[in-house]
Design a protein around this ligand. Structure first.
Ligand SMILES: Nc1ncnc2c1ncn2[C@@H]1O[C@H](COP(=O)(O)OP(=O)(O)OP(=O)(O)O)[C@@H](O)[C@H]1O
Length: 251
């Protein structure tokens, strides 16, 4: 693994009253240390996972909307300035890698199409041989993982499960495992997937409760809610729908 610590330069932050510094986990963050080659960020929607992973990616020099240090496509979504206030500690430093942002993957695929049109080189060769637009969403994600990942590098993935079937999520676990066992890759992954989170020996950081804290796999909501749902589906749904009916019953 390469990235050891992310430190936030708190004394340089102009105001904690505005996004992204007002997000509770960012407000409290001082330093995050990585001990394993695979780290997961989990937490409720809106808890700040994407904001932090995007800032780490930007501080490495990756395109904030997804891609590597070479990719320079225009992102349409607003990005935070958090990266300007992060210090990354490496041992050793790597610049190779990729930032997968599920949200902007479509734009990234269009950018590759444009590069392919404008360049004599076969740009698609690193992405499975054909345009990512000509593959299904899930196929294109997996093509990226299989073909573009591999060299010594750091891979930041924001909700990679977004397009992947459960079987393909298992395939991604295998790809991560193969890359990690060679000791050449580090992964930081924001996810809601109980399958991905089950990766062995990963460190999981929970963004709930307003502070980033380590959590065991079995203690995550993702594990517990999924397990409970699968084991008690009928009862849980009955309870859930009855509560809803009772709440909306008067109308
Ligand atoms: N560009 C923005 N401007 C202002 N607030 C923002 C912006 N982007 C995100 N936020 C807010 O910051 C908070 C954290 O958002 P973020 O996208 O990091 O959450 P997340 O944990 O990745 O959520 P999810 O699991 O839904 O992807 C949310 O409350 C969100 O509304």
């Amino acid at each position: 693994m390469f990235l050891k610590n992310v430190t936030i330069l708190r004394d340089q932050i102009p105001s904690f009253k505005q996004y992204p510094f007002s997000i509770p986990v960012i407000f409290k963050l001082k330093k995050l240390s990585f001990k394993q080659s695979v780290t997961f960020f989990v937490g409720e929607n809106g808890s700040g996972k994407s904001t932090l992973i995007e800032a780490i990616a930007a501080q490495i020099g990756f395109n904030k909307a997804g891609g590597s240090t070479q990719n320079r496509f225009e992102e349409e979504h607003t990005v935070s300035t958090l990266h300007n206030y992060l210090r990354l500690s490496w041992l050793p430093k790597v610049t190779n890698g990729f930032f997968l942002r599920a949200e902007t993957f479509y734009q990234f695929a269009s950018y590759l199409d444009q590069l392919q049109r404008e360049n004599p080189d076969d740009i698609f060769a690193s992405y499975g041989g054909i345009s990512l637009h000509e593959q299904s969403h899930g196929e294109s994600f997996l093509s990226l993982f299989k073909n573009r990942f591999g060299k010594k590098g750091i891979y930041l993935l924001d909700e990679p499960e977004a397009a992947l079937s459960p079987a393909r999520q298992l395939a991604l676990l295998k790809i991560i495992h193969d890359l990690e066992k060679e000791g050449q890759s580090q992964f930081i992954i924001a996810t809601h997937s109980p399958i991905l989170l089950g990766y062995p020996n990963a460190e999981i950081f929970n963004f709930d409760d307003g502070e980033i804290k380590k959590i065991n796999y079995e203690d995550t909501d993702h594990y517990q809610i999924t397990k409970y749902f699968l084991e008690n589906r009928e009862g849980l749904l009955h309870h859930l729908f009855r509560e809803e009916e009772e709440e909306g019953g008067v109308n």
